[in-house]
Write a protein that binds this ligand. Structure first.
Ligand code: SF4
Length: 365
């Protein structure tokens, strides 16, 4: 196992441990030695001049759904009992805010299964410098949580809906909850100012039917429905080859029917969104296999055990928990800067290499 141990000024010597038996993508020694630490308030900018303003924070690996492309057999094993605590998350977010993070997305697993999720939203929201708190959820019992999430300051919510057909939704997730979820989403739109998006994995079998349903859904609702191109991981190869469809099938239809693409903002995700004068909402496409998809990467990920993933599909991850446990924001800031020369330029999905990402539930995609 390779340990990378750059010395950063007077700050702590960092020795990231790479989990899951994979080797770290260590930078050339000369690159590390030449790296000049920056002041703590300098924004994170990686070796490809990309500003990293967006943090995706997983707060649990556990998910109660059994989506076939992600956890077809449900969550295996016992839920870890060492998920990041609220004080650790507070330190983490203060450190990221100091290096220019403006948007934090809470992910999982399914984040709403944590009893302290409201406290987590509130903690992130109260951190100076953080402008947007977003969360991705499967929407299970959304109605029960909505008021408290809104009160804690949640700005954006992404809900996963892979079919508008209740029976197919039941079959895909293991839960017969689509009618209630749709009603809860309408309550969200009617009673809160939380910005709502819907995520759907693009599958060949259901793509066209979903597109027509989504276009109908967003006609009178200010919601973006986003297709995410199915990504191959080591756990889903059979399904990938059976169901992978290219984003063109959606984009070509949209362009042929009067939908227009929009320019992305600096803290936006990688979706290209399309609007139509007759529709309140938008249709989005996230196409990780498209050329130049990673050129505008603006994100880092942190797992629910306090490991930094420099790329969703990197070969390793880097343990920063010691800084969180000791409320060491300066140490964390210096360490985040030390990662910048080794953040990968892009993924290697085209070579069927998803790194340590065996399935996307690990860190929320
Ligand atoms: S695959 Fe990696 S480099 Fe590409 S956008 Fe995602 S995190 Fe960034």
């Amino acid at each position: 196992m390779t340990h990378l141990a750059p010395t950063i000024g007077n700050a702590s010597v960092y020795s990231p441990l790479v989990s899951d038996g994979y080797e770290s993508t260590a930078p050339p020694t000369s690159q590390v030695a030449l790296f000049n630490p920056t002041t703590p308030t300098q924004p994170l900018t990686d070796g490809f001049s990309r500003r990293l303003t967006y943090l995706r924070l997983s707060i649990t690996d556990f998910c109660n759904f059994r989506c076939e492309y992600c956890l077809p057999n449900g969550y295996q094993g016992k839920r870890p009992d060492d998920e990041l605590s609220v004080p650790e998350i507070a330190t983490l977010i203060r450190g990221f805010a100091q290096v220019g993070t403006k948007k934090v997305r809470i992910t999982g697993g399914e984040p709403s299964i944590r009893r302290d999720v409201v406290e987590i939203i509130d903690t992130i929201k109260q951190t100076p410098g953080i402008e947007t708190v977003a969360m991705t959820s499967n929407g299970y019992k959304l109605g029960k949580h909505l008021a408290s999430w809104q009160a804690a300051g949640l700005n954006q919510l992404n809900i996963s809906i892979d079919s508008f057909d209740a029976d197919i939704f039941h079959k895909m997730t293991g839960f017969n909850t689509l009618p209630q979820l749709l009603a809860d989403m309408d309550t969200l739109l009617d009673t809160t100012d939380i910005k709502l998006k819907i995520n759907s994995v693009l599958m060949a079998e259901t793509a066209f039917e979903n597109l027509i349903s989504a276009i109908d859904y967003v006609k009178d609702r200010p919601v973006t429905y986003r297709f995410i191109e199915f990504m191959q991981t080591s756990d889903n190869s059979d399904l990938f080859f059976a169901q992978h469809a290219q984003s063109d099938i959606i984009v070509d239809y949209l362009l042929a029917h009067g939908w227009q693409p929009h320019v992305r903002g600096s803290t936006d995700g990688p979706a290209i969104e399309y609007s139509h004068p007759d529709h309140m909402g938008r249709i989005g496409m996230i196409a990780p296999y498209a050329a130049h998809f990673c050129d505008s990467c603006n994100r880092l990920r942190v797992s629910s055990q306090g490991k930094v993933h420099l790329c969703l599909f990197d070969q390793g991850n880097y343990d920063i928990r010691q800084y969180l446990q000791h409320d060491d924001v300066p140490g964390l800031v210096d360490t985040l800067h030390s990662f910048m020369p080794i953040k990968p330029e892009h993924h290697h999905l085209h070579e069927s290499n998803s790194g340590i990402m065996h399935n996307l539930s690990i860190i929320g995609g």
